[in-house]
Write a protein that binds this ligand. Sequence first.
Ligand code: APR
Ligand code: PHB
Length: 392
Amino acid sequence: MKTQVVIIGAGPSGLLLGQLLHNAGIDNIILERATPDYVLGRIRAGVLEDGLVSLVREAGVAERMEREGLPHDGVKIAFNGEIRRVDLHKYSNGRQVVVYGQTEITADLMDARKASGAPAVYSVENLKICDVRSDAPYVLYEKDGKQERIDCDYVAGCDGFHGVSRKTIPDNVRKEYEKVYPFGWLGMLSDTPPISDELIYGISERGFFLCSMRSEVRSRHYVDVSLDEKVEDWSDDRFWNELSSRLPEEVRGDLVTGPALEKSIAPLRSFVCEPMQYGRLFLVGDAAHIVPPTGAKGLNLASSDVNYLYRVLLKVFKENKPEAIEQYSELCLRRIWHAERFSWWMTSMLHNFGDEIDRKIMNSQLDFYTGTEVGQRVIAEQYVGLPYEEVS
Ligand code: APR
Ligand code: PHB
């Protein structure tokens, strides 16, 4: 088999890139280790920057997002028992975010892929990426016990944090930066109305909380827990009681509880791999970077990589400029480090770690950044997302 681009991974990065390339007439094959149901069963975040919203529109997959997504003009931050609102719309020149689950985007992209007839192979095993430093790379994998080979021009490694793509870059070329935080987020999804029409991120004596949503009747809540906690030890009642104890009094009475649809614990990590290009292999999304979820940047960063790789590949295939690939890593990493900084900063302000003086300083930061115009601008511009750069 032969194609122009092999895409490894059918998460949101791989599917979105595949759709954009397919629409542009660039042949691609997606290879995914898991089954479609497994991919769709993962509950992830759901705040979309306008850059991602535009890219989903450009891919022609925006119909349900436009109908069901909830545009948000503000976000709330609670500390010292008080709730403050950051006016995203006012302080980011009229921009906004859209609340729409990553699981829904993935489902929309999978449907579009199926309708397009472009190939996506699920349940592949033992995938290997070969000869990416040559001008004739290929990918080997097994499907139903049979060895397969695809020759290609480029390989897009969209295979997440635990994939094979990153490790294909030799150790002496690859540099990884990592920080692991001393807590995780316990998340719970429920068919209960959200406590507020906007997200509330907050910190209390008992720790962090986030009241988020998927729709007017479905909520997603989080509390931070120590790393040795097990999800089985968290009954629904225990979760609701813990969340309730962390909420400011003015909203506590508005909390509507109900049975959990899903509960899971995710560790928090900051991680970046440099470079993101090695010969004809590109790393995209979680394969190259992880942010702690405070700030909702994971999916949005993946989409910014997809944006850059798509535009670079347009230069390569449509304008015959193979040298365009050289800018990929630098373009991506500039934006990634900004989002790493923002996510680390939001995490530091909103979690109880460090010593007493750190907590006092973080409390003062929350006061300054939510209580002044200049501070709100700093949060708003970054929360709605920094702009994508031009690709030359
Ligand atoms: N071969 C084929 N597929 C693989 C392999 C492999 N060796 N290893 C991993 N995969 C698949 C995984 O099964 C998964 O479906 O790659 C996919 C990667 O998807 P995600 O982990 O969702 O990563 P990505 O598409 O980059 O999504 C962006 O940003 O912060 C996050 O929550 C956010 O998951 C979202 C991510
Ligand atoms: C979510 O809705 O799951 C969510 C929202 C905002 C975040 C993280 C997760 O920062």
